[in-house]
Design a protein around this ligand. Structure first.
Ligand code: HEM
Length: 148
């Protein structure tokens, strides 16, 4: 269970689905870490940079579920895990999305085996950039477990 949770969280970290979150604006003059941000300034949260911050992650630039496991193999969620953003306007669907990710993935993995086709070459993890990140199209072999 801890490893499954770690794998799902690591997938979300690397997938970096909403790289620049949702734009906001200051509703009053604001002081933050010595900077003055005047009222009405557009704020673009750079979630990508947090999700791969070298000071926050053991393996910032690799896919490695160990980013979410402590030395005892227990699941831990670092504060820098914020694919749903943070603060008062954090994604309201976070709970639902996390429940769905877990239930759907575990159900699929219990029933099916996912196979990278031998002739598909090396996976290309380059993301397609838009308002959201999405993977490049790829082929995948899927087999019923126990029926191979
Ligand atoms: C993996 C799936 C999802 C990701 C990565 C995601 C990510 C985000 C992010 C980054 C924001 C911007 C938060 C901000 O303004 O700072 C957001 C806002 C929002 N999300 Fe999601 N979301 C996901 C799934 C969902 C689902 C399933 C729902 C609804 C059932 C949902 C509903 C919303 C709504 C309504 C907002 C606006 C909240 C507000 O402005 O107060 N999201 N989401």
């Amino acid at each position: 269970m801890p490893y499954t949770q770690a794998m799902i969280h690591e997938t979300q970290r690397v997938a970096d689905t909403v790289p620049l979150g949702v734009y906001h604006a200051t509703t009053k003059d604001t002081w933050l870490m010595g900077y003055v941000i005047p009222k009405g300034t557009i704020i673009i949260p750079n979630l990508s940079s947090v999700l791969s911050d070298e000071s926050q992650w053991k393996f910032p630039h690799d896919f490695n579920p160990s980013n979410f496991l402590n030395n005892q193999g227990e699941f831990v969620k670092p504060e820098a895990f914020m694919p749903f953003s943070a603060g008062p306007r954090v994604c309201v669907g976070e709970g639902l999305a996390r429940m769905e990710l877990f239930l759907i993935l575990v159900t699929l993995l219990r029933r099916f085996k996912f196979i990278w086709p031998e002739d598909a070459g090396v996976p290309d993890y380059t993301l397609i950039i838009g308002l959201t990140h999405s993977p490049k199209p790829y082929r995948m072999g899927v087999r019923l477990r126990g029926n191979q």
